[in-house]
Write a protein that binds this ligand. Structure first.
Ligand code: NAX
Length: 341
């Protein structure tokens, strides 16, 4: 049997957590042969609910689940973790200023970064694990900027090991194309989400393809409606989160959990040949994106390492949208840093 992997889920008593933990325990994230130990973290007011989640995990009798730690202690939760999925955060409430929400989340991610930072030492003795060092996925909003704060305060975690979730947006874009063309979603690939996980994100289909009986075709050629692709398609993907809230009176949860599994699975086990996915990663200046931001790029992954897909042609329309979402991230970063002082 393979070595177990320890996965931390923060905000585990919340709605995404509730959808995510059974997926992990069933092997949907790391495959059907990989045992997992779950560390579930939430805050004191949610302690009882968190314990209920633990009870249900036990009751589900998942064969791959080798242990569950449910705690409100950040240090206990972070100890000996291989994969950290950060879903816990402070939501924006009616009448709250953006700065107040940012300030709450900055202090949460500063504290959790420190806890993760101090557990890293323990990893030097561990050699037979799937992953050589902790990897982190930031889901809680503002996801890109929370990831940047975490990177800042966890200097023992290499910057390449800290990413944020835009896979939900990526999957939403695949879904819209599949619906439009009436093709299987698994035949659509290589859409891109550039930038921030917010309404300024740029869903780009210029390089996206569909596998058909007659070979691989470009999405632009098959849709044959540039106006739709340049307007309604983009806004539908950008506004999808709001549309779900309107319909469900609750924000996306099962699709967010599924996207988090996809993100980690592809990162750890690799992207299929010829396929890329979108991930929020630390910018190295590729495509003229300012370095020092966590920005969503097209990436391929192999053996637990991602690399940004290079050499894609960027037209003027795309350039403007990529720059606008970078601008927003620069502003968010400044706001986050102003909360630190
Ligand atoms: P919920 O409010 O249902 O759950 C959040 C949980 O986090 C709660 O149980 C809360 O007690 C806990 N929490 C708060 N502070 C904490 C702390 N300091 N440490 C540990 N736990 C803490 O929200 P849910 O719908 O599950 O969404 C979670 C986060 O994901 C939100 O920030 C949301 O905005 C974000 N999202 C991000 C997405 C993405 O694609 N990146 C999409 C879905 C989602 O909107």
């Amino acid at each position: 049997e393979e070595d177990p992997v320890t996965v931390l889920v923060t905000g585990a008593a919340g709605q995404i957590g509730y959808a995510l933990v059974p997926m992990i325990a069933r092997g949907e994230m790391l495959g059907p042969n990989r045992p997992v130990i779950l560390h579930l973290l939430d805050i004191e007011p949610a302690a009882e609910a968190l314990n209920g989640v633990k009870m249900e995990l036990i009751d589900a009798a998942f064969p791959l689940l080798k242990g569950v730690v449910a705690t409100t202690n950040v240090v206990e939760a972070c100890t000996d973790v291989d994969i950290a999925i950060m879903v816990g955060g402070f939501p924006r409430k009616d009448g709250m200023e953006r700065k107040d929400v940012m300030s709450k989340n900055v202090s949460i991610y500063k504290a959790q970064a420190s806890a993760l930072h101090y557990t890293i030492d323990g990893f030097s003795q561990r050699f037979s694990l799937l992953l050589p060092l902790l990897i982190v996925l930031l889901v809680a909003n503002p996801a890109n900027t929370n990831a940047l704060i975490l990177k800042e305060f966890a200097p023992s975690i290499p910057e390449d090991n800290i990413t944020s979730l835009t896979r939900l947006d990526h999957n939403r874009a695949l879904g819209q194309i599949s619906e439009k063309l009436n093709v299987h979603v698994s035949d659509v690939k290589n859409v891109i989400i550039w930038g921030n996980h917010s309404s300024t994100q740029y869903p780009d289909v210029n390089h996206a393809t569909v596998s058909t009986d007659k070979g691989t075709k470009y999405v632009r050629e098959l849709v044959n409606n540039d106006h739709w692709l340049n307007t309604e398609f983009i806004t539908t993907v950008q506004q999808r989160g709001a549309a779900i809230i309107k319909a469900r009176k609750l924000s996306s949860a099962l699709s967010a959990a599924s996207a988090a599994c996809d993100h980690i699975r592809d990162w750890v086990l690799g992207t299929p040949k010829g396929t890329w996915v979108s991930m929020g990663v630390y910018s190295d200046g590729s495509y003229g994106v300012p370095p020092g931001l966590i920005y969503s790029f097209p990436v391929t992954c192999e053996k637990g390492e991602w690399s940004i897909v290079q050499g894609l042609k960027i037209d003027e329309f795309s350039r403007a949208k990529m720059d606008a979402t970078a601008e927003e991230l620069i502003e968010e970063k400044a706001l986050a840093y102003s909360c630190l002082h």
